[in-house]
Design a protein around this ligand. Sequence first.
Ligand code: SAM
Ligand code: SF4
Ligand code: SF4
Length: 350
Amino acid sequence: MNPADGLRLRSWQDELMAVIDALGRPLGDLRISVTDRCNFRCVYCMPKEVFGRDYEFLDRAELLTFEEIERVARIFVALGVSKIRLTGGEPLVRRDIERLIEMLAAIDGLDLALTTNGSMLATRARGLGEAGLRRVTVSLDSLDDDVFKAMNDVDFPVGRVLGGIEAAAVAGLGPVKINMVLKRGLNENSILPMARYFHGTGHIVRFIEYMDVGSTNGWRLDDIVPAREVVATIDAEMPLEPVDPNYRGEVANRYRYKDGGGEIGVIASVTQPFCANCTRARISAEGKLYTCLFATRGHDLRELVRGGAPDHEIADVIASLWKVREDRYSEIRSSETAGLEKIEMSYIGG
Ligand code: SAM
Ligand code: SF4
Ligand code: SF4
């Protein structure tokens, strides 16, 4: 940001009421996808039939550079964003991501986190911590090697992800949140082993209902394992009680073990949608802004950034888009919405 822009943005900011959308939801957090590539082919996210050898990923020149990401991030923070999560694709396949983390960690008052499949964490956690990262979420869908391999579809073993979680804790990135997406018939038998394994460790497993993101995963309503079933299954063996949310817009419903063994979360995006409190914007790796995970099109910020627009103009565009936002896809999910051409999760960033 050049200094003159900074001044204009600040004075513009002084006059600014919080940026609130058409349904009364403030702009509070931002997910930035840093790459659309991944070393896994999770069956519910990047099925091999679609994301095979011939699939055309974005060229390097199309990706926002680290400097561009930092600039856009600072503008979002000026507009009220206090949490940024780096995601993808797999964010750790973006070369030198530690440098971006260092740049973003320097933004005052920003809560910075990253979501990863954990495959590279064992060797990278320390560097990420040294770059200023404080929180990491690791996705892990089963503790059973056969099930996990069937889900990641690249023969990746569980042990290496568990090693990554340990390394993250040692590097000060814990307590780690562990995301487990549940798909009926694939991994519901892994719910209890997962809960038992992390009970008492301080790490928090979050069980996620499989969503109809994108248009390639062949989602059917029957594929989901409802959150209430997850809670009942765990509660029957290790009694749970509900906990209040930490903040407005928290997507996970929290439960704690009555024996003091820590907590779990369930993300009931399908059976108990949380659109009414959704304060989240997303930027794809090529700089398109999406105001909903289920959006069918985004707004090109890269064009503005590369076209020489000053910060206050970019801020204006973002604020204008947010102010007219009416997205609430999960609340209106129906046979009509099922046919929409939605953006893939690996592109828009989960
Ligand atoms: N590659 C990283 C990872 O897997 O953690 C970051 C990107 S991934 C798209 C972000 C999160 O979205 C992961 O926890 C993943 O399990 C979840 N996810 C992907 N597809 C999903 C779907 N169809 N429904 C629910 N969650 C999904
Ligand atoms: Fe890759 Fe994450 Fe999607 Fe799995 S969920 S394919 S690890 S981007
Ligand atoms: Fe937010 Fe869209 Fe998800 Fe609703 S469906 S919670 S508006 S991202």
